[in-house]
Design a protein around this ligand. Structure first.
Ligand code: KG4
Ligand code: ZN
Length: 336
């Protein structure tokens, strides 16, 4: 068996085309091309995403290989995001990875994007000790995952409707912000009063989440306020964002506390695009202090979609000979 695998990883599940090279578990290069084409549409347009992946994938892979100072012949395996994600977008990465693995005669590794978000924690030191809990929060998912080893994880709580990233983005859209609005809410929230407005949230039993209630409450709140004052959003932007963000973060942290109490696990990580949120990062630190948790927050570049996390996951799979064959197809609804 190869002792120091060099793996090329490709991520194309949504609106980021990314390629990374990992050498014996350490990232040598990670290139991300973000698709700005969706900004004007209020969300990711699947067909435009696929076309942009097709345009970006060759130059991105080329750049990753060159920057890492290697050639294609040095590769020991090719990894790609198998799912979950947009089918057309996943197909671009999968077809490219399969062709290259066939041409070079090297193994292929299919990766679960949600598992990879969690394993992004192993790109840096210190990483969480097993078993740990990970709150994975992105544009498509909101999950609490119990992680027993790199490839052995169980979802113990998840959203029953919208993902929290969707709640951020859809609320932002109602305020007239471009897509993705989550980071904009985060930045306006910085100067706002978190207690200025109260948004009711439906409480769901157990460790599951629901964000559709707060989204609807927010829509009616804006409608009523704008009826009284047409400039309401403009005049109260920071306070609206701070109050909304505070409510969403509180919902996430309540369930995370419950999960930790139930499992008695105090190694706690967050992952996914929304883990870049400053309100969540600060809120988590405050709870950790009280609950004596060891917390792990990824570097910003490893929160949102990237191929480095796919590469890290691929490294673990390579060590366990978990390869797939050329008949493997993308799975838009792949579960952990
Ligand atoms: O993990 P990710 O890059 O893609 C998916 O797999 O979905 O997550 C994207 C999501 C979007 O909903 C985006 O608005 C949200 O992460 N996001 C944020 C922040 N940065 C990214 N939400 C709130 N605050 C942020 N700073
Ligand atoms: Zn993601």
């Amino acid at each position: 068996m190869v002792k120091k695998p060099i793996i090329l990883a490709i991520e194309s599940s949504c609106d980021e085309t990314s390629a990374a090279i990992i050498v014996n578990g350490k990232i040598a290069n990670n290139i991300v091309a973000t698709q700005s084409v969706h900004e004007n549409y209020g969300g990711v347009v699947p067909e435009l995403a696929s076309r942009a992946h097709e345009k970006h994938i060759v130059p991105i892979v080329d750049e990753a290989i060159k920057n890492a100072g290697i050639t294609l012949q040095d590769l020991d395996a090719i990894a790609f995001t198998q799912g979950p994600g947009l089918l057309g977008a996943l197909l671009v990465g999968a077809s490219f990875a399969k062709s290259l693995s066939f041409a070079l005669g090297i193994p292929l590794i299919g990766i679960n994007h949600m598992q990879a978000h969690i394993l992004a924690h192993f790109l840096e030191e210190p990483h969480p000790k097993f078993p740990f809990l990970c709150l994975t929060v992105s544009g498509g998912h909101t999950q609490i995952v119990k992680v027993d080893s790199p490839l052995d994880m169980e979802v113990i709580g998840q959203t029953l409707d919208d993902a929290v990233g969707e709640a951020f983005d859809k609320s932002a859209k109602l305020m007239g912000f471009p897509y993705p609005g989550g980071p904009l809410i985060d930045s306006y929230a910085e100067k706002g009063d978190v207690n200025k407005f109260i948004f009711s949230d439906a409480s769901i039993e157990g460790l599951n989440f629901s964000f559709s209630g707060i989204k609807t409450a927010f829509m009616y709140f804006l409608r009523d306020k704008i009826a009284e004052n047409a400039n309401f959003i403009e005049e109260n932007k920071a306070d609206i964002c701070a109050s909304l963000q505070h409510s969403l973060v509180r919902m996430l942290l309540q369930k995370l506390k419950k999960a930790s109490d139930q499992t008695k696990i105090r190694e706690i990580a967050i992952a996914g695009g929304v883990s870049a949120n400053n309100g969540l990062r600060k809120g988590l630190s405050v709870v950790a202090e009280k609950k004596k948790w060891n917390i792990y927050i990824p570097k910003l570049e490893y929160c949102t979609d990237n191929a480095a996390m796919i590469a890290m996951n691929a490294h673990f799979k390579f060590l366990e000979n978990k390869f797939c064959d050329l008949k493997t197809t993308p799975q838009p609804r792949m579960v952990i």
